[in-house]
Design a protein. Structure first.
Length: 278
């Protein structure tokens, strides 16, 4: 039943399951059952509303670990494709209608237009809970971040909650959004801001060739402008509304523990600059 491992994440492993058309996402043993049930429910709701995502089949248990059986979507992640393009020194074309960044903006806008019912997670409360208490912030700073979040505009729209390019699978030039554990009802600008800070504050691995790093530094602003331009055009949301969510998006990313120290330092500096000058 359990085939070869085809994916690895911070909270799970993904294996082939029974046949080539299904996979099982096995969560680490310390993952609460409630979190797995939440992802199953959220992903099912997304699929039932016609969004481009993997279909869910059932929840399972395997050697003491919770799991979810999904439709298998074979393709490459958007993160992998971005690195391919960077290493090829491919120039971003602002006017290209099928640019991957424009496609991602359209995928997010489609999510945000769904009138989803059954989503129990409230965005701000959930964001605060998963931020924890990063050692880079003092108690006063964390309190200031929470206060800042409480003042952001409240909306009641379906949000993905984890818009990392690694959660976007491209198959036959169509994008599929996966990993719905953090889906919530709230302000869609949070989803968009998470992508923006990944572009604006990204730090490439130290082994990246100098030519690739130089190319990225000269093209990252164009990439950011393409993404924001498309999302704002489709949704009617302003760039200022998106940038207002930079602080919670950055604090959440820091708490993941997956960022390089240099990138954490850049995000912390941005957060403190906004908090202390506002």
């Amino acid at each position: 039943m359990l085939g070869k491992r085809i994916g690895l994440g911070s909270s799970c492993e993904v294996y082939e399951w029974m046949d080539s058309n299904k996979v099982v996402k096995l969560f680490h043993a310390d993952t609460p059952a409630g979190a797995v049930q939440r992802e199953y429910r959220n992903c099912s709701i997304a699929w039932e509303h016609g969004l481009s995502t993997a279909r869910t089949f059932e929840q399972v248990s395997w050697e003491g670990r919770h799991g979810i059986i999904f439709e298998k979507i074979e393709g490459e992640t958007l993160l992998h494709r971005i690195f391919e393009q960077l290493y090829a020194l491919r120039t971003f074309d602002f006017n290209e209608p099928n640019n991957d960044l424009r496609k991602l903006a359209a995928v997010l806008n489609d999510i945000h237009q769904i009138k989803a019912t059954g989503i129990a997670t409230e965005q701000i409360k959930h964001l605060k809970s998963i931020m924890g208490h990063p050692a880079v912030f003092t108690d006063d700073e964390l309190c200031a971040i929470h206060t800042y979040m409480d003042q952001l505009p409240v909306k009641q729209q379906f949000c993905h909650g984890d818009t990392n390019p690694g959660n976007v699978i491209i198959k036959n030039n169509k994008m599929y959004m996966v990993d719905w554990m953090h889906a919530s009802i709230g302000n869609p600008a949070a989803d968009v801001a998470e992508v923006c800070i990944m572009i604006e504050f990204a730090v490439l691995p130290p082994e990246t060739p100098a030519a690739v790093k130089d190319f990225f530094e000269t093209s990252r602003q164009v990439a950011l402008n393409i993404f924001i331009d498309e999302y704002c055009k489709l949704s009617g949301v302003s760039e200022d509304e998106i940038r207002a969510w930079y602080i919670p998006a950055a604090a959440r990313s820091i708490s993941s523990g997956a960022l390089a120290e240099e990138q954490v330092a850049k995000l912390v500096s941005m957060i403190r600059n906004v908090l202390y000058t506002s």
